[in-house]
Write a protein that binds this ligand. Structure first.
Ligand SMILES: Cc1ncc(C[n+]2csc(CCOP(=O)(O)OP(=O)(O)O)c2C)c(N)n1
Length: 366
C-alpha cells in the first residue's frame, strides 16, 4: 500500500490529529499554509456555523420544511471543500454538507433559493430543501436515500479513470451509510477498479437515534477499507488541518492514478438529526455539553490566536458581516417569489407526453 506524503497512520485505531485541543501544531512537518489561508479556513467554518443556525431560524419561521443540522461538522466539511479542485473533480455530497456547499463557491443566494424553493433556485425547486447542486462545479445533488449516491460516485470515478485526465471523485456520507448494501456495492467496485475516488465518512456516532455500535461490529468505519483493498484513515474530524492535509494528499494521489481511499472523520452533531426529532430522547445534555467543549471553531480560534490571527473583537465583526450577507441572500431569493408549480413538468421529456400535459392542465385549472 502506498504511504501518504505526511505519514498519516493507515488503519489507526485512534483518531489522528495535527492540532491539540488547545491549538498547538502537533505534526512533524512544516505548516505551509499562509496566514491568509488559515484565516479563510476559519471564516468559512464560521460561515458554515451561522448558515446552519440561519436554516434553523428559517425552519422555525415555517419557511423551510427540512434541513439537516451540520453544526459540529464544519472542520471536516471545510477541509474537504478546500482540498477539492472545483470544476475539475466530481463531488457527490450528502444532505448534511451545509458548510461544504457554502465553501464550494455555490453562491449563497442560490443556496437560499434552493432552501426556500424560489424562482432563483437553479434546480427549479424540484429537490428537497437542503439538497443544492451545481452543474458548473461538477457537484451532484445530495441523494436522500442513504448511500444511494455511493454506486453513482463509484461509476463517475471509473469513468474518470477511463478518461484519464487527472480528475478525482469525492463522496461524503455519515457512518450509518456504511451499513447499507449500496455502500458496499459502490466501494467494492471502486476498489476492484482502482478508481480515483475518496470516500469520506463524517462519523457523528448516530444514524438518527441509532448509535454506531448497534449497526456495525467494526471498531471504526475506516477499518472497513481493508476489505476493499484500499487504505483507511481515522481522523479527528474536529481538526480542520488534519482533515485538510490528508484530503489534499489523497486527492492528488487519486488524480495521479494511485487509486481510492476511505477517510473517516470523527465529528459530533450539536443539533438534532433534523428538526423532526427530539435528540434529548436518545442522548443526554451532558454528552452534548462535553462535545461543545471540543467545538472545532474553538480549537481553530485557539490555533489562530497563538499566531495573532484571531481576536474576540474581530470575531464579533466577522459574525456581523456574515449575518448581513445571509440577510441579503434571503431577501434576494425571496424577492423573486416561489417557483411556479408547473415547473415540475419541465426538462424530463423533450416533447411532453399526453398524460403529463393533461396533468399539467388539471393542476393549472385547479
Ligand atoms: C435507504 C434509506 N433508509 C433510511 C432512510 C432514513 N434515514 C434518513 S437519515 C438516516 C440516518 C443516516 O445516518 P448517517 O449515515 O450516520 O448520517 P447522519 O444523518 O448521521 O449524518 C436514516 C436512517 C433513508 N433516507 N434512506
Amino acid at each position: 500500500m502506498i504511504k501518504d506524503k505526511y505519514n498519516f497512520e493507515v488503519f489507526s485505531k485512534k483518531p489522528i490529529k495535527l492540532m491539540s485541543d488547545s491549538g498547538e501544531w502537533l505534526a512533524d512537518f512544516e505548516l505551509d499554509l499562509s496566514d491568509k489561508q488559515l484565516k479563510e479556513f476559519y471564516y468559512d467554518m464560521l460561515f458554515g456555523r451561522l448558515l446552519d443556525e440561519r436554516f434553523g431560524q428559517l425552519h422555525r419561521l415555517g419557511k423551510v420544511s427540512f434541513y439537516a443540522p451540520s453544526s459540529g461538522h464544519e472542520a471536516a466539511q471545510i477541509a474537504i471543500a478546500k482540498a477539492i479542485d472545483w470544476g475539475n473533480d466530481w463531488v457527490f455530497p450528502y444532505y448534511r454538507d451545509n458548510a461544504l456547499l457554502y465553501s464550494s463557491g455555490v453562491p449563497i443566494k442560490d443556496i437560499m433559493a434552493q432552501m426556500l424553493g424560489t424562482r432563483l433556485d437553479p434546480a427549479k425547486a424540484r429537490q428537497m430543501p437542503s439538497h443544492p447542486s451545481s452543474k458548473k462545479l461538477n457537484m451532484f445533488t445530495a441523494a436522500s436515500g442513504i448511500a444511494s449516491h455511493i454506486p453513482a460516485a463509484a461509476g463517475a470515478a471509473i469513468a474518470a479513470k477511463i478518461r484519464n485526465k487527472g480528475e478525482a471523485v469525492i463522496t461524503t456520507s455519515g457512518e450509518g451509510a456504511t451499513s447499507e448494501g449500496d455502500y458496499h456495492a459502490g466501494i467494492n467496485f471502486a476498489g476492484a477498479q482502482g478508481a480515483p475516488i475518496v470516500f469520506i465518512v463524517q462519523n457523528n456516532g448516530l444514524a438518527i437515534s441509532v448509535p454506531y455500535h448497534k449497526q456495525s461490529a467494526a471498531e471504526n468505519t475506516s477499518l472497513k477499507a481493508h476489505a476493499y483493498g484500499m487504505p483507511g484513515y481515522y481522523l479527528d474530524g474536529m481538526d480542520i488541518l488534519a482533515c485538510y492535509y490528508l484530503m489534499k494528499d489523497l486527492l492528488e494521489r487519486a488524480r495521479a492514478g494511485l487509486g481510492p481511499a476511505l477517510v473517516e472523520m470523527k465529528v459530533y452533531r450539536y443539533g438534532p438529526h433534523s428538526p423532526a426529532d427530539d435528540d434529548m430522547r436518545y442522548r443526554s445534555k451532558e454528552e452534548v455539553d462535553a462535545w461543545r467543549k471540543k467545538d472545532p471553531l474553538l480549537r481553530m480560534q485557539k490555533f489562530l490566536a497563538k499566531r495573532k490571527l484571531w481576536t474576540k473583537k474581530q470575531d464579533i465583526k466577522m459574525r456581523e458581516e456574515i449575518e448581513l450577507i445571509l440577510d441579503k441572500a434571503i431577501n434576494e431569493a425571496e424577492a423573486e417569489g416561489f417557483a411556479p408549480l408547473e415547473w415540475m413538468f419541465d426538462d424530463v421529456f423533450k416533447d411532453k407526453p399526453a398524460h403529463l400535459l393533461e396533468q399539467q392542465k388539471m393542476l393549472l385549472e385547479d
